[in-house]
Design a protein around this ligand. Structure first.
Ligand code: ZN
Length: 264
């Protein structure tokens, strides 16, 4: 017998984060149709009563015994933004670190559940404060992938993040990049987990953006910074200008002034 999803939280803040984040992604047009997905890992109360476990196609020892809130398969951001309880499911990762069990809420996880598990397993080791993952499809960033030469973390970070003076302060390490992969594949998840060990944002070629943050809202903050730079880039290109961007010495000066140079 399913239990109400709210019983697993001390307060409703996490589901409210899903609600407001989904609303914003839909409003911005980044998560068209059922595109994109979100998840948050969390500690669960002791007295859960799990049902039947299913095997995961990978081992996630760092997540053993933890909870995972995940948007459901085929769910639309514009509907999650109205009622997250119908569209977000809560899962328990087995104590063996290689199985999962549905606990409450939506019962059909996104096909990217293994990918989310791979990324959370990595984050738990390298940035445990980053509990949230967002994947969405911002068009200005997808368009960048079609520009000749924009096919590496360095080329995109140096060209795009140097168009606005605070962008590199938010993302001193730059952004990661992964060549085109089969959507929803475990390989995409595992490559993303590796890239996320250094970067908060990873651009999936021709597909969209993946981000991590201390909350869903924080991950979207970083995505907006990157997307804003891409919008500046496209405005300049529309005006016939291929921008050189802010000089690297000025980027370094800014990072130094804010004590972030070590992350550059
Ligand atoms: Zn996608």
């Amino acid at each position: 017998m399913a239990e109400p999803i709210y019983r697993f939280f001390e307060n409703h803040r996490i589901l409210e984060d899903f609600r407001t984040s989904a609303h914003w992604l839909a409003f911005r047009g980044w998560s068209e149709a059922a595109g994109g997905n979100m998840s948050v890992r969390l500690e669960l109360p002791e007295d859960i009563s799990p049902g039947k476990y299913q095997a995961l196609p990978l081992q996630v020892p760092e997540l053993a015994g933890m909870g995972l809130l995940l948007t459901g398969s085929g769910t639309r951001a514009r509907e999650i933004g109205i009622d997250p309880v119908l569209h977000v499911g809560l899962y328990h990762i087995g104590d063996d670190g290689e199985s999962f069990c549905w606990l409450a809420g939506n019962k059909t996880p996104t096909m990217e559940l293994p990918a989310h598990c791979a990324i959370h397993n990595q984050l738990q080791q390298v940035r445990p404060e980053d509990k949230a993952i967002v994947h969405t499809h911002p068009e200005s960033l997808i368009a960048l992938c079609h520009v000749p030469g924009m096919n590496s973390a360095k080329s995109i970070s140096d060209k795009i993040l140097h168009l606005q003076s605070e962008a590199r302060l938010h993302l001193p390490e730059g952004v990661g990049f992964i060549d085109h992969q089969l959507p929803g594949s475990l390989e995409l998840g595992q490559l993303s987990a590796k890239a996320m060990s250094r970067h908060h944002l990873v651009l999936w070629q021709y597909h969209g953006l993946l981000g991590s943050g201390t909350s869903l809202a924080h991950a979207i903050d970083l995505m907006e910074v990157f997307e804003k730079c891409a919008q500046v880039y496209w405005r300049l290109r529309a005006a016939g200008i291929d921008p050189e961007g802010i000089a690297v010495k000025d980027i370094i000066h800014t990072l130094q002034a804010f004590g972030q140079l070590g992350r550059f």
